[in-house]
Ligand binder design. Sequence first.
Ligand code: SF4
Length: 212
Amino acid sequence: MTPQEERNQRLAELMIKNLNRRNMEAFYCATGKEAVKKVSELIADGSTVTWGGTATVRDLGIPEALKSRGTLEVLDRDTVDTPAEKEAMYLRAFTADVYLTSANAISEDGVIVNIDGNGNRVAAITWGPKKVIFVIGLNKVAQTVEAALARARSTASPINAQRFDINTPCRIDGTCHNCNSPESICSYIHFLRNSRTKGRHVVVLVGEDLGY
Ligand code: SF4
C-alpha cells in the first residue's frame, strides 16, 4: 500500500466507527470499481432504485451497472424529457426502495452536508425512500462540520453552478457570494447528523477523488 492508500484506509476506519455511532451503516472501498460492486450488493433483487443529482454515481457508471442486472426497476431521471416528467420522477423517488446520492461534504466525525437549489435531493435524504445510499469520495472529507459546510459552499456549489450554467455570481468568478439569486443552487442546506431508522442511511466511502 502507498502512504496515501494507508492513510485513506485508516481515515475510513475512523469514519465508519463515527457513522455507526450515528446509526448509519458504512463501508470503505479503495477504488471506484469496488464501490460499484458494493452498491449493487446493497440493493436486493426486485427493488425500485433512483438517484438525485450526482456526478459521482453517474461517473462511476452505477446506473448502467444496476440496469444491466435486469432484476431491478431503475428510474433514470436522465431519460425523461419534459419538466412535468421530471417532477413526476422526483415525486416517485419518495416511494422508491433505494435512493442513491453523493454528498457535498462529510466531516471526519460523520456529519453529511448537502446543499440543494431545488430541494428534492435533501427531501429524499430526510424522508421517503426506504434506503438511502451515499457514495462519497474521500476528497469530500473535511476535518470538522464547519469545514464541511465551507467546502460545500466554497467548492462544490460554485463548481455545480458552472456545471448547470446558472445565473449566479459564483458562475462568473468561481467564488461564493452568499447570494439570494433566483437561480441560486444554495436554497436548502442539509446536515445529516443522525439516522432515525436503523439501516436506512448507508455510506460507501471511496478512496478516490469523485464528484465535486
Ligand atoms: S454565489 Fe449563490 S449560488 Fe453561488 S455558491 Fe454562493 S450562495 Fe450558492
